[in-house]
Design a protein around this ligand. Structure first.
Ligand SMILES: [Fe+2]
Ligand SMILES: [Fe+2]
Length: 294
């Protein structure tokens, strides 16, 4: 199924792809900040039109992310034949992703990435961790290639085996053809116990795409953070322990270390890009090639 068989409403159920992350934040509020009555109410209030668009987004995601869909997207995008650019150029390209949301309250992509990275840097973590914060959402350029929002962002989950009821909105998997396919609907499906996540295909999105782009350049913990940062069903809910091996378990400490920076570093004060650019350009030069292919 190619992207152009979907209507515009099906391609873009959200007003902006940030709506997904805003919803994740309501689901997993910052522990240090007491849940406000407002956030609880917002999360539970199914009449809230923002919730409805997020529900529709997950309905489409859970319906269409099948094992075959993931194989097709990998074939389509992992040849990296669309564009060659310096990393900073890719970030500027990502920043052309503008949406209908309120520009007064919404930070752009580059600002979210810089806030994440600056929070990591402020805590004194190694420079490759800071760089990981800076690039972790670069894979969202998929949106600029006309991809459906639900094939770019959203919680990720294994395909090729039973969908866990710990994944957000599990009821929508009833419409996924794989749920009725005997090859894919058992606990292990096509996998074997504790085979390791490297053997497992997750639903397609910006995480796997960027991982494949970066896999030769960054230390392994950085690659785990990039590849699994949207895998909330595991790093928050531990629903897929049976597919993990000991090495995955060790590496997931890093994924969990990264997640609060992604979710809780948003501050209304936008970073000054021109002041920060030289430092980030130096990190890029230290770890990454002169140009990358998208
Ligand atoms: Fe992300
Ligand atoms: Fe992010």
């Amino acid at each position: 199924m190619s992207a152009n068989t979907f209507s515009n409403e099906e391609l873009n159920p959200l007003q902006s792809i940030e709506q997904w992350e805003d919803d994740v934040l309501l689901r997993y509020p910052e522990p240090a900040v007491p849940e406000t009555a407002k956030s609880k109410e917002e999360y539970r209030n199914y009449d809230n039109p923002g919730r409805d668009t997020v529900r529709e987004f997950y309905r489409l995601n859970h319906h269409h992310q099948t094992y075959d869909f993931v194989q097709q997207k990998k074939k389509e995008f992992l040849s990296f034949s669309r564009k060659e650019t310096p990393v900073w150029g890719a970030m500027e390209f990502l920043n052309t992703l503008v949406d209908d949301s309120d520009p007064d309250i919404e930070l752009d992509q580059l600002q979210h990435l810089l806030q994440t990275a600056e929070a990591i840097r402020a805590d004194g973590h190694p420079d490759w961790f800071v760089l990981t914060g800076f690039i972790h959402d670069m894979g969202k350029v998929l949106c600029l290639f006309g991809e459906p929002q639900w094939a770019v962002v959203g919680d990720t989950f294994p395909v090729g085996c039973q969908f866990s009821d710990k994944i957000v909105y599990p009821e929508f998997f009833a419409d996924n053809p794989d749920a009725k396919d005997e090859r894919y609907n058992t606990k292990y499906g096509i996998y074997s116990p504790n085979c390791g996540l490297n053997q497992v295909d997750l639903s397609w999105g910006h995480d796997e795409y960027l991982y494949q782009m970066m896999k030769d350049y960054l230390p392994e913990p950085a690659l785990y953070m990039i590849r699994y940062h949207s895998f909330y069903a595991q790093h928050r809910e531990e629903a897929y322990d049976h597919l993990m091996n000991d090495h995955d378990r060790e590496m997931f400490d890093w994924v969990r270390k990264f997640n609060p920076y992604d979710l809780y570093s948003k501050s209304p004060k936008p970073p000054v890009i021109s002041e920060l650019k030289p430092y980030y350009e130096s990190l890029i030069a230290k770890y990454l090639p002169d140009t990358i292919r998208l």
